[in-house]
Design a binder for this molecule. Structure first.
Ligand SMILES: [Zn+2]
Ligand SMILES: [Zn+2]
Length: 360
């Protein structure tokens, strides 16, 4: 047989295989998903990580639309305990895709009461109830006003809760378990002053004021296994944050790019959308430039800086790297532009590494 005939034969075989794979693609996908599902439900992320304090990025976006980023959501895994810090739109979905069961969440801490930081909270509470067969509501801790938010969400979801109790029965959805239980605290007034909100089993969670007027806003300092993570919440450049973050292994900081913000301002202004362009002007004064985030990291002498809550949105690959470049002008340590699904590991044994854990 000539070489040409061999090639034609090989092409015909490959085409037949390709056609077969196409015809049976649904069946092949079903077999693959069966294997993935069995692996997925066997172990959750907290069980897979080494003992330590780990930073979980379950939403790195802002209120501006971005298909790649859920609304503001951050979590820590301390040992195998899970705590959430802000629960913006899409938090529950992203956490589930990362292999974190909402049933494992012990409490939610809110940095402030801008709605984009809690508009995924009801979904988190519902999943917590269903996944854990919870017999108590999910605790949500935040600045004064959080109990009003929780009462409103509980009322809004009361009819849904009734349906689910009726449909699944009390063994799956215990009547005492749905909704939210709120704990308010008064935001400290002095720069760098911290209040201890949790101190148990070697874990401490502290709150301190930041600058996000007119809201009462806080950042949090989380300490476990000799490791420390500090999150900024929403803030302009904050001296209070620099004081409270002293010596942390990791500073998680929000950021706004004035240059990108100006592009959005001009585009909306030129399109005659004056109200939107005014918002792009207004938000500059209560968020932090990447350079100032780097300045805080330098003042606090932290081990690394992780940028999240990107303003404005970063829909084009490479755009987030401009935030990192700008922060490096004022901070010599490692700077990371975080993505949804990222985890920064701080093992008890020391060191720091980063990995993305989005599954499916
Ligand atoms: Zn925000
Ligand atoms: Zn805010």
């Amino acid at each position: 047989m000539k070489a040409g005939a061999w090639i034609l034969g090989a092409i015909a075989v490959l085409a037949a295989l390709g056609a077969g794979a196409y015809l049976f693609r649904g069946e092949i996908a079903t077999v693959l998903v069966e294997r993935a599902a069995r692996e997925g439900v066997r172990a959750t992320l907290p069980q897979e990580l080494p003992d330590g304090l780990h930073a979980v990025f379950c939403g790195t976006g802002s209120p501006l639309p971005d298909r790649q980023r859920a609304g503001p959501c951050f979590a820590v895994i301390a040992g195998e305990r899970v705590f959430l810090f802000d629960t913006g739109e899409g938090s529950a979905e992203t956490l589930a895709l990362m292999g974190i069961s909402l049933g494992d969440v012990e409490a939610v801490y809110l940095t402030h009461l801008h709605s984009d930081h809690f508009d995924g909270l009801a979904a988190v509470a519902l999943q917590h109830w269903a996944m854990a067969t919870a017999t108590e509501p999910l605790t949500v801790v935040g600045p004064v006003g959080v109990s009003r938010v929780a009462a409103g969400l509980n009322e809004a979801y009361a009819i849904d809760a009734e349906y689910r109790r009726e449909h699944h029965g009390p063994a799956i959805m215990p009547p005492t378990g749905g909704g939210l239980f709120a704990q308010d605290f008064v935001v400290p007034t002095e720069d760098g002053q911290t209040i201890v909100l949790r101190d148990d089993d070697g874990l401490r969670i502290l709150a301190f004021r930041v600058d996000h007027a007119p809201t009462d806003a806080v950042g949090y300092r989380i300490e476990y296994a000799g490791r420390t993570i500090v999150i900024s919440g929403d803030t302009s450049y904050s001296h209070s944050l620099a004081l409270a973050a002293q010596g942390a292994d990791l500073l998680v900081h929000e950021a706004i790019s004035p240059r990108l913000d100006r592009i959005m301002h001009d585009a909306t202004h030129d399109a005659g959308r004056e109200n939107v362009s005014q918002i792009f002007t207004d938000i500059l004064d209560y968020h932090t430039t990447p350079e100032d985030a780097g300045r805080v990291a330098t003042e606090a002498q932290v081990g690394a800086l992780a940028i999240t809550h990107f303003l404005p949105q970063t829909p084009i690959p490479g755009l987030a790297s401009t935030f990192v470049r700008d922060a490096r002008r004022t901070y010599d340590g490692p700077v990371y532009a975080m993505r949804d699904g990222d985890v920064i590991l701080l093992p008890r044994a020391g060191g720091m590494s980063r990995r993305n854990t989005l599954r499916f």
